[in-house]
Design a protein. Structure first.
Length: 237
């Protein structure tokens, strides 16, 4: 399955070399060190992958970048803005963190319309295009409670991309998808990257990280390690 209408996604301007700068970030929760002196630089228009076991700090790092949690020490900057000082939440951010959450009695389009109404940046047509891009039917009027797990995952990705963010944070984006569905999302993400969207993915799937990402990191016990995954770097999609 391939993406046939990537021209619906506007080309973004590469206004800065560095999209995300995480410097000496540490965080404790209930006495447990969940992030330990994290250093991470992500360039505009790249897909960065982070893999590691459950509880290693991957999702917490995404939360720190998104502004959902503030570090105890260190700084997070997104497109030159210090998160927690210059801005509470990065303005040009789309995110799917810890799985999608929707009103189960509403259909997919209605759920995304409600979320889009918070900032009123896009039209109904824009929302419908995002739904189509992830391989769903915007005219499907079934409630989300009737969706399969994979369909809910696709809808979560549609929610993350619908406002055409310059930075996209994705937590296990293809975990509930079959191989064809994962390939579809991979093609979508590559198309977004080619239009200068910066993407950070955390995943348990090291093969997915290896074939999709420009830069790869390993998370272990709250620490982040540069990891080229040499054994996977030559795998072709």
């Amino acid at each position: 399955m391939t993406i046939n209408n990537m021209n619906d996604i506007p080309v973004l301007i590469n206004a800065s070399i560095t999209a995300v700068a995480v410097k000496a970030v540490s965080k404790k929760l209930r006495g447990h060190q969940v992030l330990n002196d994290i250093e991470l630089l992500v360039n505009v228009g790249e897909i960065t992958g982070i893999y590691g076991p459950n509880g290693s700090g991957k999702t917490m790092l995404l939360r720190a970048i998104s502004g959902l949690v503030l570090p105890d020490t260190g700084t997070v900057s997104v497109f030159g803005q210090h998160v927690g000082r210059d801005t509470e939440f990065p303005q040009d951010l789309g995110a799917l963190i810890s799985g999608p959450g929707f009103i189960l009695e509403y259909d997919g389009l209605r759920n995304l319309e409600l979320l889009a109404s918070i900032r009123n940046l896009i039209s109904k047509v824009d929302i419908q295009k995002a739904i189509e891009l992830v391989g769903l039917d915007p005219n499907d009027r079934r409630p989300v409670k009737a969706y399969s797990t994979g369909m809910r995952q696709r809808l979560g990705i549609a929610q993350a991309i619908m406002e055409n963010p310059k930075l996209l944070l994705l937590d296990e984006p293809t975990s509930a998808l079959d191989p064809d569905g994962a390939k579809h999302i991979h093609d979508l993400l590559r198309g977004l990257r080619d239009r200068d969207t910066t993407i950070i993915i955390v995943s348990h799937n090291q093969t997915e990280i290896g074939i999709l990402c420009n830069h790869i990191y390993r998370m272990q016990s709250g620490s982040l390690y540069d990891d080229a995954l040499n054994s996977l770097s030559n795998i072709q999609s």
